[in-house]
Design a protein around this ligand. Structure first.
Ligand code: FAD
Length: 340
């Protein structure tokens, strides 16, 4: 079967690799393959099934959990992609921050730790951190390395081309998968909007922090994702905007919260500022399913596209190759927005 995939971001590439492994003749179209325009290039790579999204949108939980279970084997298949299973420490600075964080810890059934118990696990945390919780199954991966590995697996099958209309590729394929992130809206009319995120990358001596830190400090949310080479990804703002401006307020809030939680980061060099757009939907859950007999959509992964890449690839390949939808996909049909 000839399958055209529109979008060479993490979702399109993951679906392409899976289809190729199952015998399909795959072509991926993207205007700038491996370029910096996709959300994956900015993403921190937290694999956080119990985070905010699951709290706000309960029906996402089974999908997030299923994909999280696939990640250890998936990362092993892809090779060195920065997969790290040290786990996530969720921490809170003030009494108000603790009150807010406790709701999430209770939802995730995580035991609350005192400030000193949290510092036993992560000594670089500020003595002002009051409480925390440890989530052992919330891990991380480096999305840039994942995309590089996926591109490698699709070598020779990625065509540098912006698809203007679905009909433009439909003639060349038996099936079309639309996985164009925020670009999916223009191609399909589906309600996918850009949700802006500003992000920083710092660099210093490796080992200052060992876990992903997901924190709240004086009401400011921040996460710190340490890579083995000394990079620390600091993210991210969440703004209902489509511009690419890096703002003084955005950077200030991220740095202030990061340094409040881990003062030692003040010595790190700032190596990168980036802005990306999460593909959000009206309910902030992905859109997975058929648009018509030949077209399947896999888009709108919002804050969880890296986490959801392995399960999305599997579900899309099932649908394209067998025509049978896994029940897990039902809640994410485009029909819930009156489309298809
Ligand atoms: C600041 C930030 C932090 C994030 N952190 C995390 C995280 O820690 N964990 C996590 O799981 N997720 C995270 N995400 C979310 C994740 O990055 C996205 O959900 C994911 O990248 C979506 O993948 P995608 O392939 O659908 O879209 P993208 O990664 O945006 O890729 C879409 C691709 O489609 C191409 N395209 C667009 N239009 C067309 C067209 N007409 N024709 C051909 N190609 C087209 C684009 O060029 C692009 O390459 C984060 C996102 C941001 C912005």
């Amino acid at each position: 079967m000839r399958v055209a995939i529109i979008g060479g971001g993490i979702i399109g590439l993951a679906a392409g690799r899976e289809l190729l492994l199952r015998g399909a003749d795959v072509t991926v179209f993207d205007p700038a393959p491996g370029g910096t325009g996709g959300a994956w290039h900015v993403a921190a790579g937290m694999l956080a099934p119990g985070g905010e999204s699951a709290f706000e949108f309960p029906y996402l939980e089974p999908l997030l959990a299923a994909s999280n279970e696939l990640w250890p084997a998936y990362a092993a298949e892809l090779g060195e992609v920065g997969y790290d299973d040290a786990g996530t420490l969720s921490v809170a600075l003030t009494a108000d921050d603790v009150a807010e964080a406790r709701r999430e810890w209770a939802h995730q059934k995580l035991a609350a730790l005192t400030g000193s118990q949290v510092r036993d696990r992560e000594p670089a945390l500020s003595p002002r951190v009051r409480a925390g919780a440890f989530a052992p199954t919330e891990r991380q991966v480096d999305p840039r390395k994942v995309v590089a590995a996926l591109r490698e697996s699709l070598s020779g099958r990625i065509v540098p081309r912006l698809v203007g209309e679905l009909s433009g590729v439909a003639d060349e394929a038996d099936a079309v998968v639309v996985a164009a992130g925020c670009g999916t809206a223009a191609l399909t009319g589906l309600p996918i909007r850009p949700v802006k995120g500003q992000m920083l990358r710092l660099r210093g001596e490796p080992g200052l922090i060992a876990h992903v830190i997901d924190g709240v400090a004086d009401g400011r949310h921040v996460y710190l994702v340490p890579r083995a080479d000394g990079e620390v990804v600091v993210g991210a703002t969440q703004e209902e905007r489509s511009d690419r401006a890096l703002t003084a307020g955005g950077v200030h809030d991220l740095l202030r919260a990061a340094l409040d939680l881990v003062p030692g980061l003040a010595e790190h060099e700032i190596t990168e500022f980036t802005v990306g757009h999460r593909p959000g939907t009206p309910d902030n859950a992905p859109i997975l399913g058929r648009l018509d007999d030949r077209t399947v959509v896999a888009a709108g992964h919002h804050r969880n596209g890296v986490l959801l890449a392995p399960i999305t690839a599997r579900l899309v390949a099932d649908l394209v190759l067998t025509g049978v939808a896994d029940p897990l996909i039902d809640a994410f049909t485009p029909r819930r927005f009156g489309c298809a």
